[in-house]
Design a protein around this ligand. Structure first.
Ligand SMILES: [Ca+2]
Ligand SMILES: [Ca+2]
Ligand SMILES: [Ca+2]
Ligand SMILES: [Ca+2]
Length: 501
């Protein structure tokens, strides 16, 4: 579910004119990275850039950009001359370069596109920043995420979305245009105090844990109305209802409970005693530890798909025979039979030798009562199971809170119903989105097959994920390798009635 954004004018009339920031693209494309001041609130965000996740990253030479570089970003400041005199601050340079540098997720040449013209592996995802390179990570600016689109061996990076880009400076105690100066050139009163990245008022959240929203932390003064809107990540674009529950969104103190990892964009809109609207938009990062694989699909209320994560110890077949999963499922994978709080069948719980983790990691999910009774979260575990009887219209996900460095996991989706579905897989490593597979426009074609009552049916072997874990046991990143049939270098790896690895 998506919500409309309400962006209030926060600049007192006496302070006009305001800074204008307009992003336009030089080409005729119509992607989402065309921005203007009118959509400055619609950006969403992804985790902070971690260079270790992408291997060596070239650092753009932002200090010696030729003078003839044309930037599509207009982040210059204006404002009231009188106010500009107070609080002197030197804005940071935009740092535009003559050429794009590949692999850094930056728009080095300031043409409105990050890593444009750079080859990538379809299905992988990386952090990116839509704005002048010199403004990355400054003020309210936050990295977004882009995924590699295409159906061939190599693809191209999508628009950089889900981040916060520079926007016009407004009175909110925040550096909106990310030039290193707060509320520069404006005559600000100070009732609104919006959080930027890393602000202690907006700590990271965890899946299934209620996240409080406290309006008084961001606005002081007389208020006529409070309003919160929340936007989720990739699965929220295709599921029939949000991946989060929410309460009190029209009150000062609201809250939401996310069921998935990733970034949720929150906008607070306040109408003050004089009827003027004020707004803050910020990102709440929901980070589950370790490896987290999420599955969602368009027909999740009528079609039963199942998520399987293969044991990292072997390459055994997924099933013991081509007969249906109900009779052929094995311990080769974490799946619906052996990985939930409640174990079905006689095989017992799957064990890959990991320690259990604190029950707080899973106690608020749909199987929370079961995990609470056990007193721990098992690893691996299936946190949500959409099997149309227990739950419908929801995602599924498998967690391994504490994988070991270098371990390698294969992800598979089996179509139990056999009828049409377009599954999407999101891979998070240490809370960072590192794979988006099957998302539009590269949806999985014809994922249909025999019903699971008599056959293992249609199976999509999605990707191999090799995790990186530091000495403290924290998952710091991973490499996602999308899979293709046979020796092919492109195409989705879907089989029918074939249980092999
Ligand atoms: Ca560029
Ligand atoms: Ca670049
Ligand atoms: Ca500024
Ligand atoms: Ca500001």
């Amino acid at each position: 579910m998506r919500f409309g954004w309400i962006v209030g004018c926060l600049v007192a009339a006496a302070c006009a004119p305001t800074t204008e920031v307009t992003f336009t693209r030089l080409d005729a494309g119509s992607r989402a990275d065309v921005r203007s001041t009118t959509d400055l609130g619609s950006s969403r965000d992804a985790p902070p850039n971690t260079a270790t996740d992408r291997g060596p990253v070239a650092t753009p030479d932002v200090g010696t950009a030729p003078t003839d570089v044309v930037s599509v970003y207009d982040t210059g400041s204006a404002g009231d001359a009188e106010c500009a005199m107070t609080g002197a601050c030197t804005p940071r340079p935009e740092g535009c370069a003559a050429r794009e540098t590949c692999g850094n997720g930056l728009d080095d040449n300031c043409n409105g596109m990050a890593d444009d013209g750079c080859p990538c592996i379809p299905g992988t995802a990386q952090d990116c920043f839509l704005g002048p390179p010199g403004r990355q990570g400054v003020g309210q600016c936050r990295n977004g995420s882009q995924r590699c689109e295409g159906s061939g061996e190599f693809g191209t990076w999508s628009a950089c979305t889900m981040g916060i880009s520079p926007s016009a400076e407004i009175c909110d105690s925040l550096d909106n245009n990310c030039d290193g100066c707060v509320d520069e050139g404006l005559c600000c009163g100070g009732a609104l105090n919006c959080p930027g990245p890393g602000d202690p008022r907006v700590p990271d959240g965890a899946p299934f844990t209620l996240y409080p929203l406290r309006g008084e932390r961001f606005f002081t003064g007389e208020v006529r109305s409070w309003s919160w809107t929340i936007t989720g990540g990739p699965c929220d674009t295709i599921l029939p209802r949000p991946t989060f529950e929410s309460i009190g969104l029209d009150t000062r103190d609201g809250a939401f409970r996310p069921s998935l990892s990733g970034d949720y964009t929150v906008t607070l809109t306040v109408v003050d005693g004089a009827g003027m609207s004020h707004s803050c938009t910020f990102i709440v990062h929901i980070a589950g530890p370790g490896l987290r694989v999420e599955l969602c699909w368009d027909t999740s209320t009528t079609v039963d798909l199942d998520l399987y994560l293969h044991s990292p110890m072997n390459t055994d077949p997924w099933f013991s025979s081509p007969a249906g999963p109900l009779t052929s499922v094995t311990q080769a994978s974490c799946n619906w039979s052996n990985c939930e709080d409640h174990i079905r069948g006689s095989m017992g719980r799957i064990s890959w030798g990991y320690a259990n983790t604190p029950v707080a990691n899973c106690m608020n999910g749909p199987f929370g009562p079961g995990w609470s009774a056990l007193g721990y979260c098992a690893n691996p575990r299936l946190d949500i199971d959409n099997n149309l009887s227990k739950a419908s219209g929801v995602p599924e996900n498998v967690n391994v809170d504490n994988p070991r460095d270098g371990e390698h996991f294969r992800v598979m989706v089996q179509n139990f119903s056999g009828t049409a579905a377009h599954p999407m897989i999101n891979v998070y490593c240490g809370g960072h989105l590192r794979g988006v597979l099957g998302a539009a426009p590269d949806t999985l074609p014809d994922f249909t097959g025999p019903n699971g009552s008599g056959s293992v049916g249609a199976m999509w072997r999605v990707a191999d994920v090799a995790v990186r874990v530091n000495a403290a046991g924290e998952t710091t990143g991973c490499d996602v390798t999308p899979l293709h049939p046979g020796a092919a270098t492109s195409g989705y790896f879907v089989t029918r009635s074939d249980p092999s690895y």
